[in-house]
Design a protein. Structure first.
Length: 458
């Protein structure tokens, strides 16, 4: 974003924004409309969100509480910031703001048509307010034209950044699919298939033969969670993935239905048929679509940070769609610089590698573990609320603290880690939950290290 302050790096749109929108004459005109904008911005935002929330497609991205508590105030602030007079030094900051909004919308993966419609509704409301104000007629006309120019130029910058972010996200998403390790995926798929058949065996034994209560849904089992959360990212075969998930849904619905002894045989045959189809499709996906390269960070074998965006986009969209939550752990090794200084950087690498192994073994097959940067790791826990995430984090902390790290020539050291924990709170921008977990990690480090610190429940 700082590049916008250097004229030779600005796009044509940004250059237009910098040079033509906030001139002395335009600033004077905006100052005349300032009181009106402050009066009408809230009503314009309310009108937009009333229409937005009545649209099922749009409502899928938002929750009523989120709209009321945060997004409305953010949009109102954007209107007043964009339509206020600016000094020459302030204009690059406004350019950066528009580009940042576009980046966030791409990260959220919100349809750009919603952004376009918001500008249209806001402009229409402000135009009507201007034309019904006590301002002189000539001023009204000039102000309408200026508001239109500024908002459309702002929208163009937002669109430019949005499209750039969208293209990059799709590129990284495709790279993640194509670079996924065939060996790791084969192992995961075999674990998932084993988990499915194990779940079915318990179902037959406990429900059908012993007439106990229904077990937990297959969607609550690790195997079912993997099929919902991870399979769409690693499979390049959308048709096979959809067929598999349809079969999984039919399988789950069949297990939810009451039964009596008369229909046991027919029920088992139906469930077995769905299970066989799921197993076949998993094998098909592994054989056809998974490449032999690795998507892992070279040192830790964790998922590289560059793959974070498509994964977090998918988890956020899925959480909003199915009304589930997820949690993020930010993990940092304590006194890592001291380890490097005392034992050398090769020892530091061994510490990172072995701690990453502890993390991988401790989490579920459905979870994601990233090398976030340096000695900092990030874990994403789908369908996991804050309390459970804290338990996972505490178990990780204890495992790291108790495991000796093997160095050269048989020597050992002990290390500890600090962990910040945050739960997804329905904000469509996944960076909010990451930043919240990172803040708690920072506080944990300054509170004495070797501890887990969650975001306090409001």
């Amino acid at each position: 974003m700082h590049l916008m302050t250097e004229g030779h790096n600005t796009s044509g749109l940004a250059q237009f924004y910098l040079q033509n929108l906030y001139t002395d004459a335009h600033n004077a005109l905006l100052a005349q409309g300032r009181e009106l904008f402050e009066q009408e911005a809230g009503a314009a935002v309310d009108k937009f969100y009333d229409q937005l929330m009545s649209t099922p497609k749009a409502a899928a991205y938002l929750t009523t509480d989120l709209v009321q508590n945060r997004l409305k105030s953010e949009l109102k602030k954007w209107i007043l910031t964009t339509l206020s007079s600016k000094t020459a030094a302030e204009v690059p900051e406004v350019v950066a703001l528009q580009l940042k909004i576009g980046e966030v919308h791409a990260r959220i993966d919100v349809p750009m048509s919603l952004v376009d419609s918001s500008i249209f509704i806001i402009k229409h409301h402000l135009f009507r307010a201007i034309l019904h104000s006590d301002l002189p007629r000539e001023t009204q006309t000039e102000l309408v034209a200026l508001v239109d120019t500024i908002l459309m130029a702002s929208l163009s910058l937002i669109d430019e950044a949005y499209l750039g972010g969208l293209v990059e996200s799709e590129r990284v998403s495709q790279e993640y699919r194509s670079h996924t390790s065939a060996h790791d995926i084969a192992v995961d798929i075999e674990r998932v298939k084993s988990g499915l058949f194990s779940w079915f065996t318990h179902y037959v034994s406990d429900v059908a033969l012993k007439h106990k209560r229904l077990p937990k849904s297959i969607y609550q089992d690790d195997a079912g969670l993997w099929l919902i959360h991870k399979l769409p990212l690693i499979s390049g075969d959308a048709s096979a993935t959809q067929t598999l998930q349809n079969s999984l849904k039919a399988f789950d619905e069949l297990t939810r239905q009451p039964m009596d002894e008369a229909d046991l045989s027919e029920r088992f045959d139906g469930l077995q048929g769905h299970l066989n189809e799921i197993s076949y499709l998993l094998t098909h996906i592994a054989d056809r679509n998974l490449a032999s390269a690795s998507q892992k960070d070279d040192l830790t074998a964790l998922v590289a940070r560059r793959f974070m965006v498509p994964i977090m986009q998918k988890e956020t969209q899925l959480a909003l769609k199915i009304n589930k939550t997820y949690s993020v752990l930010m993990i940092d090794l304590d006194d890592f610089k001291v380890i490097n200084d005392a034992h050398g950087h090769l020892a530091g690498d061994k510490v990172l590698t072995q701690v990453a192994g502890v993390v991988t073994r401790q989490i579920r097959v459905t979870d994601y573990a990233f090398r976030y940067g340096g000695e900092e790791l990030m874990v994403v826990l789908p369908e996991c609320a804050l309390s459970k995430a804290c338990s996972v984090a505490e178990a990780l902390r204890l495992k790291v603290a108790e495991r000796p790290i093997e160095l050269e020539q048989g020597s050992q050291i002990k290390v500890t880690c600090s962990i910040g924990v945050a739960e997804f709170e329905s904000h469509p921008d996944f960076m909010k939950v990451i930043e919240a977990a990172d803040r708690q990690l920072y506080k944990a480090k300054h509170a004495g290290k070797n501890r887990v610190l969650p975001v306090p429940k409001s």
